[in-house]
Design a protein around this ligand. Sequence first.
Ligand SMILES: Nc1ncnc2c1ncn2[C@@H]1O[C@H](COP(=O)(O)OP(=O)(O)OP(=O)(O)O)[C@@H](O)[C@H]1O
Length: 576
Amino acid sequence: MIGLLSRLVSSEPRDSVESGLRWLYSFVRPQLRAILGLMVLSIAASLLVLAQPWLTKMLIDDSLLAGNFAMLGAVVLAMIGATVLATVLSGVNRYLHTRLSGQVLFALREDLYGHLQQLSPRFFGRRRIGDLLSRLDGDIAEIQRFAIDALFSATSSIIGLIGAAILLALLSWQLALLVAVLVPLELLWLRWMRRKVADETRSLRERSSDMSSFLVETLPAIKFVQAAGRQRHEAERLHGLGQNYLGQLLRLQVVEFFTSAVPTMLTSVTRALAFMIGGYWVITGKWQLGSLIAFATYLGMVVGPAQSLLGLYVAVQRMAVSLQRVTELRDEQPDIVTAAKPVPTPRAPAELVLHDISFRHPGRQQQIIDAGRARFPVGSKVVLTGPSGSGKTTLIDLLQRYYDPDRGHITYGGVDLRQLDLADYRKRLAVVSQDIVLFRASLADNLRYAAPEATDEEVAGVVRLAQLEELVASLPEGLDTRLGERGQQLSGGQRQRIAIARALLQQPDVLVLDEATSAVDVQTEQAIIREIDILFATRTRIIISHRPGAADGADLHFQLLDGQLTLRSPATEGVA
Ligand SMILES: Nc1ncnc2c1ncn2[C@@H]1O[C@H](COP(=O)(O)OP(=O)(O)OP(=O)(O)O)[C@@H](O)[C@H]1O
């Protein structure tokens, strides 16, 4: 069934539509009972609609013309009853339909989001966030519309179509043959048009991604745009993107119009032909007038469902494009995966060792790191220096296993990082990086992000260590004050100190401060580092800093220069 459907929506035999449909079906399957119930409700509602003309016929023939008062009362009561029932049914139907649609929509989105969470920075570095947003939002909604709405409209259309076709054949099988010619012709046309619809739809979805990407990029940077006086330039860019989108939307409308207009014309011609032949038969006495009228009515009843199936066909093409765009994301394999049978991560703080590693970012010529053996012993304070762009942050990314080295390996407690449970290992490291992530939540929730179980006392402790007491006292609701989006109302130094407090709360075995105090004044910085040195005396600290004297008091000082990691002091430790 899924294979058949995928051939219907796409001409490429081995594309992702089939696997996409299988994925989609896995979300629809748990809802089959709800879908069945809804179908019964829809059929009941349709029958009630069908009953109305029949009641009208009874009103005229059996009560008014027959002068039957009892029948008149009964029919009027039945009419009221049918209307009330139809209204109640449609209300219930609508509620259940929305619930079902919502459940499928959110399940699809959550699944895709869960998949994206497993992908590495390498993937996110290649993708525009706006494009991901557009796929998670617009494309998923398009798929859900198909999965639920189209299902119901297709079912009722097919029932209507088959019923009307049977009645047509009963009235005149010869004239019904016209329909048998018409349907394959229409199908051929649709087959021919489907690639065009798919191409135009794909372009439209891409234009939508362009708009999302533009907004995601420029709105957070509005202060910079204002400072550079480029508001007009950005407004014009948005206008240009809007025009591109509109142009593409109109192109798609034209293609969709022709896709359904040609079959509509063909149907009209067939209908006219049926009138010609049927009319000729009536004039020559071969056929009854009533049969011709009934035939024309049923032909009309074939056209309605056929039209909605045609509309559905276009919807299916649009869905197929969205499904491919989503499947493309789902097919992205995480390049960093946890070991199938992980070795337990050492319980106590352990030594990190680089074993002859080399690494180069994909698409870059420069070998970022080409290091021999380097040790970061437990309890040592390691300072890492090197010119800007020399690869210090990349080395930390390797330690956190966001990338695996191209050659060599890194061990923690003597175990290759690739053999450890990824989540478990990463919890042992806390990295305060240059990009500080703060969420729209209270300050306390932000601090507890990596350690949700931390007690109030522990939170108060790290607030003190990171010299945040003054900030907390100045906030209207103290620790419960909600931080704005990405902590925009805070100073750079305050954000850094919050990040440090958060890392300390995690109680890591290895603490990395990557330019973590660059925005903090020297005095505060020294006080924080002093506190950390006391608290982390038995654990490893790796500090990256450009400040003069940063290496003072360090146990080891590594320098990264032209990819080479060299030990500056002391000469006997660290590199073996
Ligand atoms: N995701 C990436 N893809 C490709 N190249 C990258 C990527 N991330 C960093 N680079 C490049 O790798 C090099 C090292 O970058 P990295 O951020 O590790 O340097 P750094 O020593 O931490 O610099 P800074 O002191 O300025 O923070 C740079 O040339 C950078 O352009």
